[in-house]
Design a protein around this ligand. Sequence first.
Ligand SMILES: C[S@@+](CC[C@H](N)C(=O)[O-])C[C@H]1O[C@@H](n2cnc3c(N)ncnc32)[C@H](O)[C@@H]1O
Length: 242
Amino acid sequence: MTLLRGDALSAAFDHGSTAYDRLVAASPGYHAHLRRSARRLGLADGGRGLRVLDVGCGTGASTAALLTAAPHARITGVDASAGMLDRARAKSWPKTVDFLHAPVEELADRFAPASFDAVFAGYLFRNLTDPDAALGVVRELLAPGGRLGVHEYTLGGSPVHRLVWNAVCRAVVLPAGRLTNDARLYRHLRRSVVDFDTAPAFAERLGRAGFWRVRVLPLPGWQTGITHTFVARGAGGRGGRA
Ligand SMILES: C[S@@+](CC[C@H](N)C(=O)[O-])C[C@H]1O[C@@H](n2cnc3c(N)ncnc32)[C@H](O)[C@@H]1O
């Protein structure tokens, strides 16, 4: 099976948006892990005065996690799928949260350089055709010394982690996808994780993209060795290190 990319992926998420919130609610620790990753951004004073971008915000699960970690920040959620965004917009948000329908690849045309103090991406990067290009966009959007948080399925590198991931997919993810008529999206999910960077490889990718102080942090429960938080600092705008 080929991976879904671009418009085909957005169409799959448009369709999958109907069942998305129910499926992730049934995934042990999904929301708690997102909140943990959002807290790991370490935004001071509840994010007061800070601008935060949630790229690939989907139905708003990661946006809600950011709001918990930084209730005083201005948060913009961006997503390429109109269906996922409709679900996000339909929820109740404070005035400090807004949403934009756009792919990450086009954000340099939508925002000035250094527009954000922090960028968060929950389960986005392994979906992208060119993750390095997207990291370049994110780096430009970050203010000097701004913070990047990435929460992603990235296998730890041991064959056991791959075995566990494939077992979870066979037992839970793929059957759930068939039940909700989203079989292609959930086959994509399984394959995109297997094909994407391991956690150390993604950390190296961040370093090559110009991020610094890159840290890889584990998540607990069944996601041990399967999902990680990456936190890093951007050099900011077009300039050097802050
Ligand atoms: C697995 S969902 C994660 C949603 C949310 N961040 C969460 O944690 O629940 C991945 C999201 O990334 C979005 N996405 C995929 N490719 C994208 C792109 N190129 N630009 C912006 N969003 C994209 C999808 O539409 C989808 O909503």
